[in-house]
Design a binder for this molecule. Structure first.
Ligand code: ASP
Length: 336
């Protein structure tokens, strides 16, 4: 099943006006006749109001989960067409909201519209469908949420958008590519999620939006941190720290964090570095964080950390220690 959400991929250049317009997705097979050559039957649908993905909201993730849940038993796999801007957030969110998947859910999009002469959309779409339909011994080969872009399938919750210019728009710095598309599809089976729990597929539709991201920088003020921790009504916060999870050791900063955690407020330590992991205690500048009991994001991306916190706050109630334990374990292969 092909699910259309909007984004550049679904636009066509009107050669009279030169501007990008959304084409009627009902005619996707006419726009891309190559789809008829694929050896699978393609059904398609769209979300209620297709969007530029910069307008993505947790409610739309819920809508996507509902579409997948309703069609889960009758389809072998799913491809979601999505704008690239927030694709890593959606891929991460869905990886938590769709638990115990035994089918592929592949997100893809493009840097140029499908009607553009030099478009990257056709290859992305056609190979994403092939991967979603790929079977081995009568079972789907990929059983997780993936992101396919520019000849590579990544684990969705390991990705980050890295370029607004290059066709290679995504990267997965802390987990290798799952499938590479060349003359043949090179599948790294040992890297794919196995889902050996035996538990049935379960869909979750709600996420908490009472979360935030605080990126540290030299010169950050007490007023600013106080406004976020004490006056914003959040239920949890991701702190993007330096290097392997280090922060300023200024007393007011440590005191504010300690006060928050003692009141059961979840604080997650995620590194600002694109690659590598948080390891509290390696430097003196993270020892206090470990003592306070800040949650370690380990090698998680900021996109996955944010959506994991949204997911756990909405669907897995418990005290601080419960949330810390759940956050620090892998739910869907997002953490090493
Ligand atoms: N702004 C667009 C979007 O994310 C960019 C794209 O599709 O690549 O919807």
């Amino acid at each position: 099943m092909l699910i259309y959400t909007g984004g550049t991929i679904g636009m066509r250049r009107d050669y009279n006006s030169g501007s990008l317009v959304t084409f009627d997705f009902q005619n996707v097979l006419d726009e891309i006749p190559e789809l008829r050559l694929l050896q699978c039957e393609i059904t398609h649908c769209a979300i209620r109001i297709p969007i530029d993905s910069s307008n993505m909201q947790p409610e739309i993730w819920g809508e996507l989960v509902e579409i997948i849940e309703q069609n889960y038993s009758c389809c072998d796999g799913f491809v979601i067409l999505h704008g690239s801007d927030t694709m890593s957030y959606t891929a991460s969110a869905l990886s938590f909201m769709l638990q115990n998947l035994d089918k592929a859910v592949i997100l893809t999009g493009s840097q140029l519209p499908i009607g553009d002469l030099r478009t990257d959309a056709k290859e992305n779409l056609i190979t994403a469908i092939q991967i979603a339909a790929l079977q081995e011994e009568g079972k789907p080969c990929v059983r997780e949420v993936g992101l396919y872009f520019e000849y590579k399938l990544y684990r969705g919750n390991r990705t980050t958008k890295i370029s607004a210019e290059q066709f290679e728009a995504f990267n997965s710095p802390n987990y290798p590519t799952l499938i590479t598309s060349g003359v043949h599809l090179e599948v790294r089976r040992e890297l794919l999620l196995k889902n050996e729990s035996g538990l049935p597929f379960k869909a979750y539709k709600s996420m908490s939006s009472s979360v935030g991201i605080l990126k540290l920088f030299p010169g950050i003020t007490k007023d600013f941190v106080e406004a976020i921790l004490l006056k914003s009504n959040l239920k949890g916060l991701i702190i993007e720290t330096f290097g392997s999870g280090n922060t300023t050791t200024t007393q007011w900063f440590i005191d504010l964090l300690e006060q928050a955690v003692s009141q059961g407020f979840p604080l997650v330590n995620v590194t600002q570095c694109p690659a590598g992991a948080v390891s509290m205690g390696d430097y003196g500048t993270s020892l206090e964080l470990r003592r306070i009991g800040i949650i370690s994001g380990k090698d998680i991306t900021t996109e996955a950390a944010l959506t994991k916190l949204m997911f756990l706050l909405a669907n897995d109630p418990g005290d601080y220690n419960h949330l810390k334990a759940r956050f620090e374990e892998s739910l869907s292969g997002e953490i090493g």
